[in-house]
Design a protein around this ligand. Structure first.
Ligand code: HPA
Length: 274
């Protein structure tokens, strides 16, 4: 029953394991406008997604579409420079394919980053929010369907998807570097529309501090597979009652790019302790 799925994952893992010359334990997924992190990497190999078996190419502006093996602050990492979104029309199996190959590569920890709208009235554009928890509002789940018990449990426990250990490390690192950090709940939606003022209001009432169109499916899959997760949002626009701005993709990219160096600084300095 699982042959087809297992074969695909094994094919991709085999290609990458044969090609890679380092064995990173940490993977990083770069969100919109956060590609600047790649400048800090001592790159060993950069592989366009189109060369990787079973990888689709990402269609969104601001997402490059390469997989990078290299060293970040002396630590081996594999970086996904560009992700696959549900709104692009990919099924959840494709959206979460990068996570599905990580155990086969020997990766233990995944760092997810995204650009997001902020609903918490104390948030400002350019703030960084560490993700403590999420709400899945995609209306679907990447784990639907028969469960392959060799990969993970049928009914995953979701009480600590985002590692408390890594949250603590991030706060300590932020303090040392004088980087102000918010912490809160990310709600994941399909997009591609940005929210109406009433939707932002509803999401805040539901308990979310940021909203975005990624990360949740990836976190569900990574957690299911037993990976430790650290995630953060860059607030690129506000969905605060009375302050809702006319968000555009260009503004999101510009705001994310402006905060990018702070995010890079934070992750760079966390590396040796992860
Ligand atoms: N809503 C949804 N996704 C987003 C937003 C937003 O306001 N900003 C960046 N990604």
């Amino acid at each position: 029953m699982f042959e087809e799925k297992r074969k695909k994952i094994a094919q991709t893992v085999e290609y990458l394991n044969n090609r890679k010359t380092i064995n990173p334990k940490i993977a990083i997924v770069l969100g919109s406008g956060l590609g600047g992190l790649t400048q800090k990497i001592d790159i060993v190999d950069e592989i366009p997604y189109k060369e990787i078996p079973n990888f689709p190419i990402s269609t969104v502006q601001g997402h490059k579409g390469t997989m990078i093996f290299g060293k970040l602050n002396g630590v081996d990492v594999v970086v996904f420079n560009g992700r696959f979104h549900y709104y692009e029309g990919y099924p959840m199996s494709v959206v979460t394919f990068p996570q599905q190959i990580l155990p086969g590569l020997g990766v233990k920890t995944v760092i997810l980053s995204n650009a997001a709208g902020g609903m918490n009235p104390t948030f400002k554009v350019g703030d960084i929010m560490l993700i403590r928890d999420h709400i899945n509002l995609f209306g679907t789940n990447p784990l639907l369907g028969p469960n392959d018990d060799t990969l993970g449990p049928r009914f995953p426990n979701m009480s600590e998807v985002y590692s408390h250990r890594l949250l603590k490390l991030a706060h300590q690192t932020g303090e040392k570097l004088n980087i102000f950090l918010q912490e809160g709940v990310y709600i994941g939606v399909t997009g591609p529309c940005f929210e109406t003022p009433s939707e932002y209001k509803m999401f805040h009432i539901m308990g979310a501090d940021t909203v975005g169109m990624s990360t949740v499916p990836e976190a569900i899959m990574a957690h299911y597979l037993g990976l430790e997760i650290f995630a953060l949002s860059v607030i690129t626009d506000l969905g605060v009652v009375g302050k809702v701005e006319k968000a555009s993709h260009e503004e999101v990219l510009a705001a994310a790019a402006k905060t990018g160096p702070k995010v890079v600084d934070l992750i760079y300095n966390m590396m040796p302790e992860i």
